[in-house]
Design a protein around this ligand. Sequence first.
Ligand code: COA
Ligand code: ADP
Length: 594
Amino acid sequence: MIQNVGNHLRRGLATVFSGRISRKSIPRAEDEGAMADGEGYRNPTEVQMSQLVLPCHTNHRGELSIGQLLKWIDTTACLSAERHAGCPCVTASMDDIYFEHTISVGQVVNIKAKVNRAFNSSMEVGIQVVSEDLCSEQQWTVCKALATFVAHRELSKVKLKQVTPVTEEEKTEHGVAAERRRMRLVYADTIKELLARCAIQEDLGTRDCDHVVPAEQTRVESVELVLPPHANHQGNTFGGQIMAWMENVATIAASRLCRAHPTLKAIEMFHFRGPSQVGDRLVLKAIVNNAFKHSMEVGVCVEAYRQEVETQRRHINSAFMTFVVLGADDQPQKLPWIRPQPGEGERRYREASARKKIRLDRKYIVSCEQTEVPLSVPWDPSNQVYLSYNNVSSLKMLVAKSNWVLSLENNQVRLYTLEEDRFLSFHMEMVVHVDAAQAFLLLSDLRRRPEWDKHYRSAELVQRVDEDDAIYHVISPALSADARPQDFVILASRRKPCDSGDPYVIALRSVTLPTHRETPGYQRGENLCSGFCLWREGEQLTKVSYYNQATPGFLNYVTTNVAGLSSELSTTFKACAQFLLDNRSDLAPSLQTL
Ligand code: COA
Ligand code: ADP
């Protein structure tokens, strides 16, 4: 059962994580299908908003201002969250947003929001924005966004009811939402750590001085008084309103660099650190941190104070926005360089370069097409968080597929297959009398796999990355008599359930390591998506499922088993069940500390 496999699931991550969207125009029906794929079915938390773009909503280019769009997005998402929670909710964060289309005056903006998953007091809300040309009937996806809302009750702590996903798309989002939440909660620390590692040294003195603008010239400071229309009925400022004010000052700073009308392309994660209320004064400050050849990063920070205690300022939010200047041909124009102020300015300048690199690395891993990347992605400190995310969410997306077909049933082992245009996947399941947590510990240590899987000759732990991730070097026998034995470098990422309906997950995929390069003695094997899901069915009862997506090298072996011409897969799986039974009560100390 070695995982010589591939996957095309990362395509989906483009939409679920980064919000990256298709540039081409899309027909109406297809777009409807993206939100709800059961006929006549409508998600109970879904809320829709349609707005006609009027001149009062637009900028000087006659395009909908992103600030206005953010307000509409936040309101729609908040109403969806409140529909699920049954009580007032506040915006905790908004993930990265990439804007692929501008929206012109006269067009209609259609926004749909629904709760992907509820946790304890917080919910992830998925938002889709489509623009519509009423005359040509064409529609374009403008952006996708993911926001987290926190439910608030005055006197008691909120425990939200769970969301029950129905459609395949809902199941996928529900599964991956837990993984995205994990990333979100460590986002600030991850970025801090990456910025520290990614020390980009640029020689600021060598730039063409004719086109250098001192950063100081772009600095903006603006104050806003929070009035009742900016807040909900409990007096809490709407997150969308704050984002709109932030976009406003960022646009002014960007315009001061390019002396033209810039277009906002991307916003990095917003996190609302603390609440703000009616009567607060908000001070918004922005400056261009760095200008690259065709884009610039503007940073904005927001502080709040009450009139009575002006000296006590609360940090509400900081955000980084990427702007371009589009020419008549709609292509980004070359921008002037920026000269940062010594000290803080230079630090921000370097951090903006590092953030750009991190953004690109992250896009490469979480949102690129199968054909654009080698099967095994190099493992390095700058991408390990994203590779781990990719590993788990790829498996969860495979698990959520609705078109699995039961192909064989043999002695309590069930073999399911999934045929897609370019891949054949299989999964096997059986119920084993063992505790799910125990099975999780036993199966997540790949060093023990040779005890039951004859396709694993050996598995050596190469690196313990953290409590949940480890890298192994696996050697397996040759698949045919004339071939060399194979070796794999495998990242194993494991996750405990987020709530009672969730499985334990052990996801496996190949990575490359400089210390374990391909050698002549072995044929290097690749595995992009396989692993285990363990569902607790009772006190000492677990449904164990093994998933694998087969690539051509492994296909013959899989199809021979699926056609019933060989029973090797099911024999191996039964050996796995026996291994779990044999070890159900005595865990090696090394496992308990995993
Ligand atoms: N992104 C997403 N969710 C986050 C988060 C972040 N950066 N930080 C915390 N949360 C979630 C937690 O996961 C937790 O969810 P759970 O109950 O489902 O497990 C929930 O927020 C509460 O976390 P907790 O640790 O109890 O509270 P906190 O002290 O971290 O506060 C907020 C979190 C969001 C409530 C708080 O920062 C806040 O009030 N922010 C301002 C919200 C607001 O008013 N927004 C409107 C514009 S100002
Ligand atoms: P950091 O300084 O680490 O970037 P902050 O939260 O202090 O984080 O600020 C976020 C961004 O807001 C900064 O990168 C900068 O672009 C902008 N900013 C902060 N302080 C000011 C200021 N006094 N004037 C103008 N812009 C500011």
